[in-house]
Design a protein around this ligand. Structure first.
Ligand code: ADP
Ligand code: MG
Length: 724
């Protein structure tokens, strides 16, 4: 049969499950074997060079040239001994994916031979031709150079016989062209602000870093079916498709047993990840059929984000070996759950203390409350910015849809901590307390193990889960650096303000702990509106949130406005995380990516509609017409071919509407394309072009239900969603 759908379905029948090679019986024996980590550096570098690297990682000190030379030489020998032939600077441009440009270690010599070379300069800095990466107008075409610079805080690793060196990516004029630069800046602002606040409690704390554990949801689909769906391989999601009779309604997939083929893929992916030092720990089925999740043990945030970017890349590579395609799109299939990437975040000191972990003593509790309440206040103050940081064309399908966190940013604390905050809010803090014992009575006891830890509210976009906050609104394909830069930055800014407020009171003669409690109480009151314990998916919440004055911006082009607000500009420039030009550039890039993705989807819908769907419907209609004519020739009356006539008519109706809507959509696109202002253009695409998608789809899906199954060319949802 020539139908590509049937060819794809047939090829699945011959699939065998590839054997997975596990390098050693115990994970501890091969974990991070392909990473040039601290342990290997200690082994291979001189004591002095090793200390230099540690100082650079821990204190941000620049690495002198001669030291870079030593590190490069050790790195090269190690990499070559592991079979690497090439090296690359590995970076995260604003395309959202990772970028690499490979160079060989090999260099010919004048005597006709060859040697392997890798210099300190090649390690420290590269100049990729950056003109094809998004820059939002920062990089003029006449100055197309950008450069990548080594980030020693994320260790080099070997992938596909290539030594990969994590780097930042900046323009020739020093402006950030990637996700890493602003993240590292925000982390250093947080470090300073949080350490200052820590000193109220413990003078011995020297450094605060953020921790992050990223849960990654994804779908798997057989590669042959994927390749038979141009919408999937061109846009990452299905633009047409009638829902499968059975989908997720029986809720039998979640945590169910993992299909054999998928299990083999997961094992393979985990092994590859573990070799690269990605500490994957959890795997399970998700709610939708063929939807899965994996999660690592949390790490220092910069590394956690690099690892997640690497993981997404790795998943795709490993999946090919198993004849799967990984779908990281936020909403690959309409009508069933989409995918997210929960960002579990906390702050941890160099002394190993988790600042969001309630303590045993009242003093520890005051410290916990300080960081806990400041985080709530920060999110309250900059909810719009946090919303903007997760806004993408893909995530618009999730936020505000029924199974994902709403576009309203709210915070869930659980009943016990809500009670604690309420108690403080209504308590009378006796000023001028002489006796410390009295003061400590003013601080409610916080149970060490919070019951809401297990019994949680899954509808909240930002939830406290025991000893960390969990930002759940991040899209599955996103680079977490974008929301995490904002989260760390707003918390840092809030902590700075907190210190000013507390110091003022201390100056006025208030005891330190009383001052802390007074400000905490004030913040609890001021930020109360963002706290919500109920069902975030309910319509009621939309109403209540509106009454509380919380924003509910459902679409990306408008959500992105927050990047340019006066409040954000002050925040960005005061902390130095984004210059005004950088903020504008990012805004522009995000809008451009938004409309371009809709433009591509619109084109694919047009092409598939005209070249695949309508011709298939007509083929079936012609068969019916032939049949009707045959019956007529036999002298049978109309009653015998009533059903056929009915289908013939319905097919014509749907075809006409599809063709008409596609024509109108093309016109709408032409109008949108000539709009010059990027924001207006994005909004026009969103409001004038995108609505056709659903209209056209409705009729295509009706045709799918009418047309002979053996003629229908696109793999159906029931075939895509259930792995055989
Ligand atoms: P669930 O699906 O119930 O949310 P998972 O076990 O799948 O839980 O994921 C929880 C994630 O939170 C893991 O990646 C874990 O390492 C991470 N995590 C736990 N404690 C912290 C912490 N203090 N800081 C950051 N992340 C954390
Ligand atoms: Mg979670």
């Amino acid at each position: 049969m020539s139908n590509i759908r049937f060819q794809a379905l047939q090829s699945i029948l011959t699939r065998t499950i590839p054997e997975v090679k596990i390098p050693a019986p115990k994970i501890s024996e091969f974990f991070a074997a392909n990473v040039f980590d601290k342990k290997k550096m200690k082994e291979l570098l001189s004591t002095e060079a090793f200390q230099g690297i540690i100082n650079s990682i821990e204190k941000g000190e620049t690495i002198p040239r001669d030291l870079a030379e030593q590190v490069a030489s050790a790195m090269k020998s190690w990499a070559i001994s592991k079979g690497a032939t090439h090296y690359t600077h590995w970076f995260q441009p604003l395309t959202g994916t990772t970028a690499e440009k490979h160079d060989s270690f090999f260099e010919p010599t004048s005597d006709g031979g060859a040697i392997e070379i890798f210099s300190g300069d090649a390690l420290a800095q590269q100049e990729p031709d950056a003109s094809s990466f998004p820059s939002g107008g920062i990089r003029n075409t006449f100055e197309a150079r950008g450069y990548t610079a080594w980030d020693p805080s994320s260790p080099a690793f070997i992938m596909a016989r290539t030594l990969c060196i994590p780097t930042v990516f900046v323009s020739y004029t020093g402006e950030a062209l990637d996700y890493k630069v602003p993240l590292l800046k925000a982390l250093s602002v947080l470090d300073k602000a949080a350490v200052d606040v820590c000193h109220y409690f413990d003078k011995g704390i020297e450094k605060v870093n953020a921790s992050l554990g990223i849960e990654q949801e994804y779908f798997l689909v057989d590669i042959a079916l994927f390749n038979a769906r141009p919408d999937l391989y061109l846009t990452g999601r299905t633009l047409f498709g009638h829902m499968s009779a059975k989908n997720q309604q029986l809720e039998d997939h979640y945590f169910g047993s993992i299909p054999e083929r998928v299990y083999a893929f997961m094992q393979d992916m985990e092994t590859e990840s573990l070799l690269l030092g990605i500490p994957l720990k959890t795997r399970h089925n998700e709610v939708a059929p063929s939807q899965f999740e994996c999660a690592p043990i949390y790490e220092e945030i910069n590394l956690a984000i690099d690892h997640n970017q690497l993981l997404m890349d790795l998943m795709d590579r490993v999946a090919k070996r198993h004849n799967f395609k990984v779908l990281l799109h936020e909403k690959p299939y309409a009508g069933i759950n989409g995918s997210g990437k929960h960002n579990n975040w906390s702050m941890i000191t160099n002394t190993g203390k988790n600042l969001l972990s309630p303590g045993k003593t009242p003093k520890n509790n005051l410290m916990f409350l300080t960081f806990f309440v400041n985080t709530i206040k920060a999110v309250y103050e900059h909810a719009d910015l946090l919303r903007a940081s997760i806004a993408t064309v893909n995530n618009d399908h999730r936020l505000g849809a029924n199974e994902a966190p709403p576009a309203i940013i709210s915070i869930f604390l659980g009943s016990q901590l809500t009670e604690v905050l309420d108690e403080i809010e209504t308590s009378r803090i006796s000023k001028k307390v002489k006796d410390d014992a009295l003061l400590w009575q003013g601080i409610p006891k916080i149970p060490q193990i919070l019951k809401d830890n297990t019994d949680r509210n899954r509808t909240s976009p930002f939830a406290f889960t025991g000893n960390k906050f969990e930002l759940r609104a991040v899209g599955s394909s996103a680079n977490s650096a974008s929301p995490m830069t904002i989260l760390n930055l707003i918390v840092a800014d809030q902590l700075k303000k907190f210190k000013i407020d507390v110091d003022k009171l201390i100056k006025k003669g208030e005891k330190k702990d009383v001052a802390l409690l007074i400000v905490i109480k004030k913040y609890i009151k001021e930020s109360k509106n963002i706290r919500f314990e109920g069902n975030g998916y309910s319509e009621e919440w939309e109403k209540t949130a509106a009454e509380r004055g919380l924003a509910n911006i459902k679409t990306t082009p408008k959500a992105l406005d927050a990047l340019l607000s006066e409040k954000s500009e002050t925040l960005f420039t005061e902390t130095g995380v984004f210059t005004k030009r950088e903020a504008h550039a990012r805004h522009e890039i995000l809008l451009e990516s938004f409309f371009k993705k809709l433009q591509i989807e619109a084109r694919v819908i047009g092409e598939l509609g005209i070249n695949i769907i309508i011709p298939s419907a007509i083929a079936y209609q012609s068969k019916l017409i032939e049949n009707v004519q045959g019956l007529k020739n036999l002298g049978l009356n109309e009653a015998t071919f009533k059903a056929q006539l009915d289908i013939i008519n319905k097919i014509s109706e749907h075809i006409n509407i599809i063709k008409g809507d596609i024509d109108q959509m093309v016109d709408a696109r032409k109008k949108a394309n000539i709009i010059e202002d990027m924001r207006e253009k994005a909004i026009d695409y969103d409001e004038k072009v995108k609505p056709y998608f659903q209209k056209i789809r409705y009729h295509v899906d009706k045709l799918e239900q009418l047309v002979d199954d053996s003629i229908w060319p696109l793999p159906k949802f029931r075939e895509l969603l259930f792995i055989k």
